[in-house]
Design a protein around this ligand. Structure first.
Ligand SMILES: [Ca+2]
Ligand SMILES: [Ca+2]
Ligand SMILES: [Ca+2]
Length: 285
């Protein structure tokens, strides 16, 4: 009897250890407009240790029939790790076109054909490679015990592009109604997110720049941001995109329609895999 009680306590303690160590932190199941290509799920590691998530799965339930495999985090060529107190972003292929920061550099891209349901009786859960449940979220506002699990309460409905988000990141009381809110400004964050928070400065040389139609200025970007996947965007003072350059830091002062831009101040945004830089420059004619 004592032994059984001891075992029960060990199992209960393990349950607590697993619950909430890695959680489903934010996700969009009903993107604005068509869903295909734009759905995503962000995980968060609440622990102070890196955790390998290779072959972990998101399972989904659309009914009282229980959960079925949905997304498997795997690749023939690499393993996947979620860093201590860090994010891990799984996206479909078009998510990066809609959000900035981490969304540009997802940790795992999954098929556009794998759709989270938008109608009633949905839930998703995270299981590890041994199929042990790590976290579960139902989001239909209809209490279905085997889907809801945690607290018997669902997260709210987040249609039309809003995300369901934990606040603060990782907070998990195992009561989805209390833990999630609908966020109209979703913030998909990948493992690269930390490197984006500090913005540094870029500039043009020469500055001011007098475009003649046959010369160009060079956008000088901070060395620590690297040149991988780099792009340069030039905006006018009203915030309108003037031109977007990829594969070059040279700008001839022309807008995207080929005309030389007017005298005035312009904003430079440099984006690369390691981060982003902003600067200002002046055009004189
Ligand atoms: Ca939609
Ligand atoms: Ca959907
Ligand atoms: Ca939970």
């Amino acid at each position: 009897m004592r032994r059984a009680l001891f075992l029960f306590m060990v199992i209960a303690a393990c349950g607590r250890l697993f619950a909430g160590s890695v959680v489903i932190n934010e996700f969009v199941y009903d993107p604005d407009g068509a869903d295909e290509g734009y759905e995503w799920i962000e995980l968060y590691n609440n622990t102070s240790a890196d955790i390998t998530v290779t072959n972990w799965k998101i399972q989904k339930s659309d009914s009282v029939d229980g959960f079925e495999d949905f997304i498997t985090i795997s690749s023939p060529t690499k393993s996947f790790v979620i860093g201590a107190k860090s994010f891990f972003l799984m996206t479909q292929s078009q998510v990066h076109t809609r959000y900035d920061w981490g969304a540009d550099y997802p940790d795992f891209v999954y098929s556009n054909e794998l759709q989270m349901s938008n109608s009633s009786r949905q839930g998703i859960r995270l299981v590890n490679s041994a199929d042990v449940e790590m976290d579960r979220v139902a989001y239909d506002d209809v209490p279905i015990q085997d889907v809801d699990g945690e607290g018997g309460a669902s997260a709210p409905v987040a249609g039309g592009g809003g995300s369901l988000t934990r606040d603060p990141a990782g907070a998990d009381s195992d009561n989805n109604a209390a833990d999630f809110y609908v966020n109209s400004f979703p913030t998909p964050k990948s493992s690269q997110y930390g490197s984006f928070r500090e913005e540094s400065v870029c500039y043009s040389a020469p500055n001011p720049f007098r475009p003649t139609g046959s010369n160009s200025c060079t956008i000088i970007s901070p060395a620590d941001k690297g040149s991988l996947n780099a792009s340069v965007e030039i905006y006018d003072v009203s915030g309108m995109l003037v031109v977007s350059l990829t594969g070059t830091n040279e700008w001839d002062g022309r807008n995207r329609h080929g005309g030389i831009v007017a005298t005035g101040n312009y904003f430079i945004v440099y984006k690369a895999l390691k981060g982003k830089a902003k600067g200002k420059m002046t055009i004189i004619r």
